[in-house]
Design a binder for this molecule. Structure first.
Ligand code: DX5
Ligand code: ZN
Length: 225
């Protein structure tokens, strides 16, 4: 199954609840919430208070992407705020295993992200231990929406999918950054099954048509290996 996770970063902030509803009605599965701290990445977005306040406006699964230093400090707040999936960056902590275990113990779905310059292999021990529900392969440098996808990052998606299959591990692989209806098929052919798109979906007047083309691309270019 392919999941579509529109990124809130490209939403209309002055009409947030209505814009989230528009995207939910268009067929999204998740709401991707990009949390940035101006330290791990050179941009600042939202915190747990925003997550808590939009929680009651929608049934969408909250896919929280933490681009912050010291994620372990803030994770309890995001859990309290209603995050369903919490993804933090491998590069942002010395002890990713402890954070994954912390999330597991609290029955929050676990995600770990790698930026374009981080090799896929660093995640293998964590995947092998069965600690990751999802791996997020950044297809742009984290920090800003509206960038162009870096095609070589899909080699890592391919490698991680092969590794998970070879070890009979069920794993969601999310791609994030510069994804649109035209390149979704390359992502799903590489093995991704969670598609983040900010500009392409929230920025569109016809999000339903975009989501439909993304799903069609995913069906036609599914990774079977
Ligand atoms: C970038 C964020 C992405 C971003 C995607 O750091 O993690 O989620 O919002 O936006 P688009 O789809 O516009 O590239
Ligand atoms: Zn993101």
């Amino acid at each position: 199954m392919t999941y579509i996770s529109p990124s809130l970063l490209a939403a209309d902030f002055k009409n947030l609840a209505a814009d989230i509803k528009r995207i939910a009605d268009a067929g999204a599965n998740y709401l991707h919430i990009d949390v940035m701290d101006g330290h791990f990445v050179p941009n600042i977005t939202f915190g747990p208070a925003l997550v808590a306040s939009i929680r009651s406006t929608t049934k969408l699964i909250f896919d929280v992407h933490l681009m912050i230093s010291d994620p372990q400090k803030y994770i309890p707040e995001f859990i309290k705020a209603g995050a369903d999936i919490i993804t933090f960056h491998y590069e942002s902590t010395d002890d990713p295993e402890a954070i994954l275990q912390y999330l597991r113990d609290r029955e929050v779905r676990t995600g770990i992200a790698i930026s374009p310059n981080t090799p896929a292999e660093v995640l293998y021990p964590l995947i092998e231990k069965g600690l990751c529900d999802m791996v997020l392969v950044m297809t742009v440098e984290p920090g800003f929406g509206g960038q162009k996808m870096i095609p070589s990052t899909l080699d890592k998606v391919r490698a991680i999918r092969r590794f998970a299959n070879a070890h009979s591990i069920t794993l969601d692989i999310e791609v994030d950054g510069g994804i649109n209806a035209e390149n979704t098929g390359f992502c799903t052919a590489a093995g991704a099954n969670v598609i983040v798109a900010g500009t392409a979906i929230f920025g569109s007047k016809k999000p339903q048509a975009i989501i439909r083309s993304m799903r069609e691309a995913a069906r036609n270019n599914k990774f079977f290996e």
